[in-house]
Design a protein around this ligand. Structure first.
Ligand code: CA
Length: 256
């Protein structure tokens, strides 16, 4: 199968970006998930990214990767195609079927154009052919993260609940919702993960920015949820914010 590489490549701009700096100081470091069963390779990528101020998590199987993508927030996934059990492409398809839009950089073997085509079709944002040099990997990562920011959704919606992230306003139907800063962050997070159960651990880490949970935040989170639920659901027949007992919360539409 002879397909010119440039035809399957979606991002041609990635090579010119090596002069751009890694995450700026003061900004939350981007969270990257690396999925690679070869531990030496995984470790090398991890060290390369951590040396450039990224927060890195490792998964060595497709199953672990799928679990992590569903339980934590990531700004980018670096996904090897060749994995034992579920292949990288199967994992990618499953993630995309759920509606997850996290950028995915695929690592493919040198001689497998088929993998690249399958990968891009399955929803990969870019790919890197093995073996690669660390600066090239870093350049691709930066390019994908930049693109993610440029295309970041600023209007979020679930049913008649709408949020404008730029003007920092929210409304349900025609009723404006007055939110505190924390409630706004909380609702934004729930909207970005709508349909997915969000745990208290995720909220503590991603909304309250408590990387290590020294302080018991559960009560604080629950109190905020009660107030938020009152603000968005009270007076409406369809309730949007649900508690999933023992697990967390989910924003989805259910009658009653
Ligand atoms: Ca591998």
């Amino acid at each position: 199968m002879a397909i010119p590489l440039e035809q399957v490549r979606k991002t041609a701009e990635t090579r010119s970006s090596s002069s751009l700096a890694a995450p700026k100081q003061g900004q939350a470091p981007p969270r990257v998930l690396i999925v690679e069963d070869e531990r030496k390779v995984a470790k090398a990528i991890k060290e390369g990214l951590e040396g450039n101020s990224y927060l890195v998590r490792l998964a060595h199987t497709g199953e672990d990767a799928f679990f992590l993508v569903n339980s934590e927030h990531f700004d980018l996934v670096v996904l090897d195609v060749m994995l034992p059990g579920r292949s990288g492409i199967e994992v990618l398809s499953a993630i995309r079927k759920q509606g997850q839009k996290t950028p995915v950089l695929l690592l493919t073997a040198r001689d497998s154009i088929e993998d690249r085509v399958l990968g891009l079709d399955a929803g990969a944002d870019d790919y890197l052919v093995k073996p690669w040099a660390c600066p090239e990997l870093l350049a691709r990562v930066r390019a994908l993260l930049r693109r993610g920011t440029a295309e970041a959704v600023t209007a979020l919606r679930r049913q008649d609940l709408e949020m404008d992230v730029v003007s920092r306003s929210a409304k349900r139907g025609k009723r404006m919702i007055d939110l505190t800063t924390r409630e706004f962050e909380l609702l934004q997070y729930l909207l970005r993960h709508q349909g997915q159960v969000v745990s208290r651990e995720m909220l503590a880490r991603d909304v309250w920015k408590e990387e290590t949970r020294h302080s018991p935040l559960d009560n604080v989170i629950d109190v905020h949820m009660v107030r938020l639920r009152r603000k968005i659901d009270e007076g409406f027949a369809t309730k949007l914010l649900r508690t999933v007992r023992g697990v967390g919360f989910v924003l989805k539409a259910e009658a009653g």
